[in-house]
Ligand binder design. Structure first.
Ligand SMILES: NC(=O)c1ccc[n+]([C@@H]2O[C@H](COP(=O)([O-])OP(=O)(O)OC[C@H]3O[C@@H](n4cnc5c(N)ncnc54)[C@H](O)[C@@H]3O)[C@@H](O)[C@H]2O)c1
Length: 306
């Protein structure tokens, strides 16, 4: 399958990752965004892309929106882990039921392929790092569980109904348009905002915690590969870089790029924060041909410019 002249729907396409998927595909395809604008913004939806203001909790709205669609990129979700802990039923309504609604609407419209935004959160605190996909999942929050459930639905819809489904377990995605305003936003979007406003950077813990930071450009590439490769239906892939950097490493890179002596405030480590997280991306390399291209320094420069 080629992604040209295709009819594409991006759920959550007014958000950070979904809006970049829409942006990269809009030139050669007919792209529609389906989003309830709960955390996303109208202004993120690229020019020339239709926005349907709808909610994935309502299957009938999805059925209408997916008419004639060839591929659906399912990005819409409750993305806040603390909210999932506070209100597991809400998280389940959006992330489990919502994902099931997306698949049902695909089944009823003969959509050929669905690419699903899953998360490394389903691993919990894995012993093996870099973590391969066959690690036994151990989600530590309702969010991690709902993402895992979504993956199982994807797999079952692939085997039972012949819809081609691919799940992507994103690690720490960063880039322009990531919302820095929630206290649980991606750390790099918060750092970037604080630097632009000449404020200090807050680190929870000693800064030696390591994360696999992957540029949204590489994540878009992984989505496009997942929509077009043969023999990947029903599978789940890690999407990261395979490199774990500490927050202290990242801060020194930011200092070098900006030429500033950054003021760092160390606060108590947050409960539940993993010490280290890193993707084993061998399967994505082998089956999808995925190779992350954006090095952190280049990605950070772009983020600071945005
Ligand atoms: N950013 C990361 O590092 C990361 C890591 C792992 C997984 N993910 C997953 O990637 C996907 C995209 O995340 P993001 O970082 O772009 O977040 P985001 O908040 O920017 O985007 C989510 C979008 O979904 C929309 N949405 C939420 N609930 C909806 C509903 N009920 N109906 C319709 N639209 C709804 C929001 O308005 C928003 O535009 C999510 O599924 C998230 O769980 C992200």
């Amino acid at each position: 399958m080629k992604l040209k002249d295709s009819s594409i729907v991006v759920t959550g396409g007014a958000g950070f990752i979904g809006s970049w998927i829409a942006e990269y595909l809009r030139a050669d395809n007919n792209v529609t965004v389906f989003d309830n604008l709960s955390t996303g913004k109208k202004g993120n939806v690229p020019n020339g892309v239709e926005l349907i203001n709808g909610d994935i909790r309502h299957e009938n709205e999805l059925i209408k929106a997916f008419k004639g669609a060839d591929v659906v990129f399912h990005q819409a979700a409750n993305v806040q882990i603390p909210l999932s802990i506070e209100n597991p039923s809400f998280d389940s309504d959006v992330n489990m039921r919502g994902t099931l609604n997306v698949l049902e609407a695909c089944r009823k419209n003969d959509v050929k392929r669905v690419v699903y935004a899953s998360s490394s959160a389903l691993y919990g605190n894995p012993e093996k790092i870099p973590t391969p996909e066959d690690t036994i999942p151990n989600p530590l929050s309702p969010y991690g569980l709902s993402k895992l459930t979504g993956e199982y639905y994807m797999k079952i819809y692939s085997s039972l109904y012949g819809i081609e489904t691919v799940s992507l377990r994103y690690f720490n995605v960063y880039g322009p348009r990531q919302n820095p305003d929630s206290p649980y936003s991606g750390v790099l979007s918060v750092f970037s905002k604080n630097i632009k406003e000449s404020r200090g950077l807050t680190v929870f813990g000693d800064g030696r915690q390591r994360r696999d930071f992957v540029s949204v450009k590489d994540v878009v590439e992984a989505n496009i590969l997942s929509a077009t490769k043969d023999n990947v239906s029903g599978l789940a892939f890690n999407i990261g870089t395979g490199i774990a950097l500490s927050l202290n490493d990242v801060i020194s890179t930011l200092g070098r790029i900006t030429g500033k002596n950054l003021n760092v405030i160390y606060r108590e480590r947050r409960q539940g924060d993993a010490k280290k997280s890193c993707a084993d991306i061998s399967l994505a390399k082998e089956k999808l041909g995925f190779t992350p291209k954006v090095e952190l320094e280049e990605g950070l420069r772009e983020l600071l410019k945005s």
